[in-house]
Design a protein around this ligand. Structure first.
Ligand code: ADP
Length: 526
């Protein structure tokens, strides 16, 4: 009866892969018993009476599991476990511990054993222990195999992703040149340089021209995308701007399209909004994308509104919202629409076309301004895109311009300088504000005097800041040249003096923090 029972069990276990198990004990009777159990449950046992011999055996052939006694002459169980752990780390170790020993389970595990079993044990106990350890070993083996496979697949995906990015980038570049040529020739024809045109010819060329514009926009989107993908990011050129002008420039692009579709746009922005510190061209891109989407997803008779929701709590960012009365966004799409290539249900069903890149680029641009963007929508009830833009001021100059340029200088170990150009009234001996016309002239002259890596920041018609990667001496020379040019070039009214202050890193401030503190003072003086 017992034999039958045992045999059944053996059959159950035999389906499992055969393990090679090394049994180490100085008592022959224990060795024999454990070896019998191992064989009974379908695995293969090799026995030895000493730790030293066990190590010799392991050197010659691998074992997945070792079952060892603790108290043995010469080399005891602890020494053996430590040696096996360091030379054969893949071997699982079960320790046979005796009652009343001077060690604890924690000692055994700390030495490197996988598990332990207290003597005396029954066949069932040893069998359960072995099965558990084998199960754990197989699980870990499986996990290791899977993670190696995942790593391989991941590396392959990365390679393919890189290939795709390179492909997009090179194809877009290649497309740009012939497209420019086509555009130029169509313009020449439209301007009558190839003879006069009939009404029809003019209309057809007009259509061709419009579609070339679409293609150009698409290529620019792809190029932006590959710039972001390559980790280079979008190079932003911040300048104080009037948001109204940016919005008006963007809206202009759509006048025909809106008329054709019967969608209207209301610009509710206050013309007296504070200036924002933005990359103008990129911000036009943001509005073009948002308004373009609005028109795309809004049926005839609908409306798009651009409005402001005031300043953020710290008063350094302006809240802007672009709303439409269109189809809206499904709740499940809402968290994903800013992901690259993501297209919502409406787009996928072919109602409207797109690349799924527009909002990803918009987000990148807004975040490049250290702002944030999110969408709100009730499906069927229109969509709103809310974002923040930096208000022009000391804080944002500091965060968006000064700090990043200084970091770049630090990284390249190059100097970095700041020039403050001021205008002084000879009569009152005070700083003075220039009138609009002189101010425009001064800005024009200054822009022409600096390199493209340098930045000119006008400050409320009363001072100009120049940030450049030059050393103290050269910066002073530039400042003097500016002084001469502005004074002698009739850029400023009579009775006004041009003065300057320079501040250089690391000459005037040895570390970045000091420089930032010092430049704050220089700003405050104004
Ligand atoms: P696409 O080129 O597909 O328009 P975008 O990145 O601009 O790519 O937009 C991603 C998705 O977000 C769109 O496919 C659409 O589902 C959704 N979406 C964007 N703007 C609107 C909007 N104003 N109304 C409804 N859905 C919008």
């Amino acid at each position: 009866m017992l034999l039958r029972f045992l045999l059944n069990r053996v059959e159950e276990d035999i389906r499992v892969e055969k393990e090679r198990i090394l049994v180490v004990d100085d008592e022959a009777s224990v060795r024999e018993m454990v070896s019998k159990i191992v064989n009974l449950i379908g695995h293969e046992a090799v026995t030895t009476g000493s730790g030293k011999e066990a190590l010799e055996i392991l050197k010659n052939e691998p074992f997945s599991i070792m079952i060892t006694d603790i108290r043995m002459p010469e080399m005891d169980g602890f020494e053996l476990i430590k040696a096996v752990r360091s030379h054969f780390p893949d071997t699982y170790i079960i320790c046979m511990t005796a009652h009343g020993g001077s060690y604890t389970y924690t000692d055994v595990v700390a030495a490197g054993a996988t598990d332990y079993i207290s003597k005396p044990f029954t066949i069932d106990e040893m069998r359960a222990k072995l099965n558990r350890v084998i199960h754990e070993k197989n699980l870990i083996l499986d996990l290791t195999r899977k993670s190696v496979e995942l790593e391989r697949v991941n590396a392959e995906l990365k390679r393919l992703d890189q290939l795709k990015s390179t492909f997009i980038s090179s194809v877009s570049h290649e497309l740009r040149t012939p497209l420019t040529v086509i555009k130029e020739f169509i313009s020449l024809m439209l301007e009558g340089h190839a003879g006069s045109l009939t009404e029809d010819q003019r209309e057809y060329l007009g259509i061709a021209n419009k579609n070339i514009m679409r293609l150009t926009n698409l290529i620019e989107t792809l190029l932006d995308f590959s710039r972001i993908e390559s980790g280079k990011g979008l190079k932003l050129r911040f300048e104080p701007s009037r948001l109204m002008e940016v919005v008006e420039d963007s809206v202009m692009t759509f006048s025909q399209q809106m008329e054709g579709k019967g969608v209207t746009l209301e610009n509710r922005l206050d013309p007296d909004l504070p200036h924002v510190l933005i990359d103008r061209n990129r911000m036009v891109e943001v509005f073009i994308n948002l308004i373009g989407n609005g028109i795309k997803f809004t049926p005839p008779g609908g409306k798009i509104t651009i409005d402001s929701r005031g300043l953020t709590e710290k008063r350094d960012y302006l809240k802007i919202v672009v709303t439409d009365t269109g189809v809206g966004i499904l709740p499940e799409d809402l968290p994903k629409i800013f992901e690259r290539f993501y297209q919502g249900e409406t787009t996928q069903t072919g109602v409207v076309t797109g690349t799924g890149l527009g909002l990803a680029i918009v987000k990148e641009i807004i975040e490049g301004h250290r702002g944030s963007i999110y969408a709100e929508s009730k499906f069927g009830g229109g969509a709103s895109f809310l974002f923040t833009l930096p208000v022009f001021g000391i804080e944002t100059i500091y965060h968006l311009l000064l700090n990043p340029m200084l970091e770049e200088a630090e990284k390249d170990k190059s100097p970095f300088s700041m020039i403050r150009v001021e205008f002084w009234d000879q009569r009152t001996k005070r700083e003075s504000e220039l009138n609009h016309e002189s101010w425009e002239g001064v800005m024009y002259a200054l822009q022409k005097m600096v390199r493209s890596v340098d930045t000119v920041i006008p400050f409320q018609n009363s001072a100009v800041y120049l940030f450049s990667f030059n050393d103290k001496k050269f910066t002073k020379e530039i400042a003097e040249r500016i002084q001469v040019k502005l004074t002698q070039g009739n850029y400023i009214p009579k009775g006004i003096d041009v003065r300057f202050k320079t501040y250089t890193y690391p000459k005037d401030a040895h570390n970045k923090e000091d420089f930032l503190k010092g430049s704050r003072l220089l700003f405050k003086e104004g």
